[in-house]
Design a protein around this ligand. Structure first.
Ligand code: DX5
Ligand code: ZN
Length: 213
């Protein structure tokens, strides 16, 4: 499977996201991971649809990978779809009708993702595997960039890959050059990198190194 690096803009320069977007583009990465947090589902707040829409003005050929960490993603999927999302992931732990919300994302013409937090049993998402394009496996407890990778996440990736050889598996949180290879070996093909990307001395080299793991 082709390996894709998805730099997370949350770890970029928050007063100059346009430059962070340019750095991602110049690195050769095509995916931009955008973390949306509501202060309820996770203890942090980030960006709203208007921010994404403004960023989309500079999007060109980039792919916006929207990660919704929201108590009520069903109220917002349409807004993020209009704002420029290419893929929208919701969390299986969100207290909404998951199947219905995934269907809304599909109807909006966007790729469909389902995210799972470290504490949740992998079995919770298996029922939805045939419907979604991507499973987002959290490598950290959702909420903040810069946390340490939780190694039990590898088991989740392995189990999902075993059940479905075709599906995209995105690993998100705590990924760096030292553990990216193992994430890929376990079955992940999309690697979100926030802190490790923006702290890399050479963005292009960083992306190439992960893509050739
Ligand atoms: C955490 C977010 C991650 C985070 C990744 O809730 O979903 O996408 O921004 O950042 P790093 O790579 O620094 O862990
Ligand atoms: Zn994320």
């Amino acid at each position: 499977m082709k390996i894709t690096v998805a730099p997370s803009i949350l770890a970029g320069n928050l007063v100059d996201l346009r430059s962070s977007l340019s750095q991602i583009r110049e690195s050769g990465a095509r995916w931009v991971h955008i973390d949306i947090m509501d202060g309820h589902f996770v203890p942090n707040l980030t960006f709203g649809p208007q921010m994404v829409q403004t960023l989309a003005t500079y999007k060109q050929d980039l792919f916006f990978d929207i990660h919704l960490m929201l108590e009520h993603p069903e109220y917002f999927v349409e807004k993020f779809a209009e704002a420029g999302a290419d893929l929208i992931s919701i969390h299986v732990e969100s207290p909404c009708n998951i199947a219905e919300t995934l269907q809304i994302i599909r109807t909006l013409g966007k790729q469909v993702g389902l995210a799972i937090s470290p504490k949740t049993a992998t079995e919770k998402i298996l029922f939805h595997l045939d419907f979604v394009d991507l499973v987002l496996v959290m490598g950290v407890h959702p909420g903040f960039s810069g946390q340490k990778f939780i190694e039990s996440s590898w088991k989740k990736i392995e189990l999902i890959r075993e059940k479905n050889p075709e599906i995209s598996i995105e690993i998100d949180g705590g990924v760096h050059l030292g553990n990216a290879g193992l994430c890929i070996q376990k079955g992940a093909n999309i690697l979100v990198t926030g802190t490790s990307f923006f702290e890399a001395p050479n963005f292009q080299k960083f992306v190439q190194q992960i893509e050739h793991e």
